[in-house]
Design a protein. Structure first.
Length: 67
């Protein structure tokens, strides 16, 4: 959905302005890189927390069955 909205916005930008094809490519790549950079840290933190919770839950359940 977000990708579709970005493409729609880029096409509107292309239709309404006098930018060259190379500038258009640079703008699209810059936007995509910025979005990836914004999402990378929160996703890393979220997956790290999920991994820790799963690992500790597994260890706790094994300790209860062994003890």
């Amino acid at each position: 959905m977000v990708y579709w909205l970005l493409q729609r916005g880029f096409h509107e930008l292309w239709d309404r302005t006098n930018i060259s094809a190379t500038a258009y490519d640079w703008i699209t790549w810059a936007v995509y890189i910025c979005i990836a950079a914004m999402l990378e840290s929160p996703l890393f933190i979220a997956f790290s927390i999920l991994y820790c919770e799963k690992t500790f839950t597994k260890e706790d359940s094994q300790a209860v069955t062994a003890g």
